[in-house]
Design a protein around this ligand. Structure first.
Ligand SMILES: Cc1cc2nc3c(=O)[nH]c(=O)nc-3n(C[C@H](O)[C@H](O)[C@H](O)COP(=O)(O)O)c2cc1C
Length: 324
């Protein structure tokens, strides 16, 4: 099941790769809520080749997550080549290369966004990734130090296009910016105009309204939703409706609370209860982020350690009877 954007005949919505969030259960929910394509979090190609336990866990998925993309980061073309061959027949729909991660641990190895400063190596890694036989895509930020480097990044994207990349995803912030400031969608407009392959837009898409604005401004082939989907899988269904020219469904607070309950229940089956609850706390924090007195709720979340605690907590949020 290879991912081919043109077969959709409309714009597409992706569940973006997010380290520490987009595990198997998250991806299952994103698909149930109609994301067209989901991604693993970034996987160390080196970790896979050396078969570390953690990496093998990270690449597992269930059929109801498909189509699923695997995202790799590495600074080593040899390793990329081996990793590409290893996952060749694992059922992934696309292999995505991370040329955007700003995290110190990754860039100090010359991987992620550091590759925006080493195009030669980036292209070698790309050629190696083609060994998978899968469609290969690339995800970039606008530059490493600042978006002033955008022209160079665009040049890199032109070269990836020549090498046969299927699509590119652009998060128009620099690596140094991390998540500060706002993403500069005008750079996405340039990419859409300059490239012949589909461009996927990422950055500051927290609502259907944001997506409508980005699509209008940039005419991207699709959007990739990251933070906006945390504790808010419903966003995928709404965006799909937008792209299908259908009425946008509304979900009430109760729906979001019950979705979160089901999500955490499935996490407890996936991990053991202790790990699942620890993992799930950040989703609960996000769920109650905008309610009045959120800080007292956050305090309560830090004491949640069992699924029974989660149930009591969600019942309490439910009683507020408000919008979250
Ligand atoms: C916690 C977190 C983890 C992320 N992990 C990854 C990752 O593993 N790979 C990747 O390409 N981008 C990663 N990103 C970046 C997102 O995919 C996305 O491009 C970025 O957050 C901008 O989109 P947003 O404004 O909708 O959040 C991560 C972002 C966050 C917030």
């Amino acid at each position: 099941m290879r991912f081919q954007l043109k077969t959709y005949g409309r714009k597409v919505v992706f569940s973006a790769p997010m380290a520490g969030y987009t595990n198997s259960i998250h991806r299952r929910f994103a698909r149930r809520f109609e994301a067209d394509l989901v991604f693993t979090e970034m996987i160390s190609a080196d970790g896979l080749v050396h078969s570390t336990k953690r990496t093998l866990e990270l690449i597992g998925f269930s059929p109801d997550e498909q189509p699923i993309g695997i995202q790799f980061f590495t600074a080593n073309p040899e390793i990329m080549c081996q990793a590409a061959r290893m996952i060749k027949n694992n059922g992934f729909a696309v292999l995505d290369l991370n040329f955007g991660c700003p995290v110190k641990k990754v860039i100090k190895r010359g991987a992620g966004s550091a590759l925006l400063q080493n195009h030669e190596l980036a292209l070698e890694i790309l050629s190696a990734a083609m060994e998978s036989g899968l469609p290969v895509s690339v995800k970039v930020r606008c530059g490493f130090e600042s978006c002033d480097e955008w022209e160079r990044t665009l040049e890199l994207l032109r070269k990836t296009e020549k090498l046969g990349v299927s699509f590119v995803t652009i998060h128009p912030r620099s690596a140094r910016q991390m998540y500060s400031g706002i993403s500069d969608w005008s750079l996405i407009v340039e990419a859409v105009n300059e490239l012949n392959i589909p461009v996927i837009g990422s950055g500051d898409l927290f609502s259907v309204n944001d997506v409508e604005k980005m699509v209008k401004m940039t005419d991207v082939a699709g959007v990739s939703i990251a933070r906006g989907a945390i504790a808010n899988f419903e966003i995928f269904t709404k965006i799909r409706a937008l792209f299908d020219n259908e009425p946008i469904p509304q979900f009430d607070t109760l729906h979001r609370i019950e979705t979160m309950r089901n999500f955490i229940a499935e996490e407890t089956k996936f991990y053991n209860e202790t790990i699942a609850i620890k993992w799930s706390r950040k989703f609960l924090v996000k769920l109650v982020k905008n309610i009045p007195n959120a800080s007292s709720f956050r305090k309560k979340i830090s004491h949640i350690s069992t699924f029974d605690d989660v149930n009591l907590f969600l019942d309490e949020v439910k009683k507020l009877n408000g919008t979250i």
